[in-house]
Design a protein around this ligand. Structure first.
Ligand SMILES: [Zn+2]
Length: 76
């Protein structure tokens, strides 16, 4: 019984275009498809950080700094 081993030998299709996978470019079929996938990945990565404006955080930090300063004019 070697049914389990049979499954291992089957090449998976390229997730980009569905062509049979090539070991050199796995899990893709070619460098082109690997690049396409990488491009999607990078776009997704770059899309994330531009969403949070740190305005509130900065304002709070400024308030804290002001509160820590001595408010009296002892030095004249
Ligand atoms: Zn492909």
């Amino acid at each position: 019984m070697s049914a389990a081993n049979d499954n291992d030998k089957k090449a998976r299709p390229c997730p980009i275009c569905g062509e049979p996978m090539v070991m050199k470019y796995r899990p893709f079929c070619s460098k082109h498809c690997a690049d396409v996938d990488l491009g999607r990945w990078l776009k997704g990565t770059y899309a994330i950080p531009a969403v949070e404006p740190p305005d509130e955080f900065e304002a709070e930090a400024a308030l804290r700094e002001a509160a820590q300063r001595p408010s009296g004019g002892e030095e004249d």
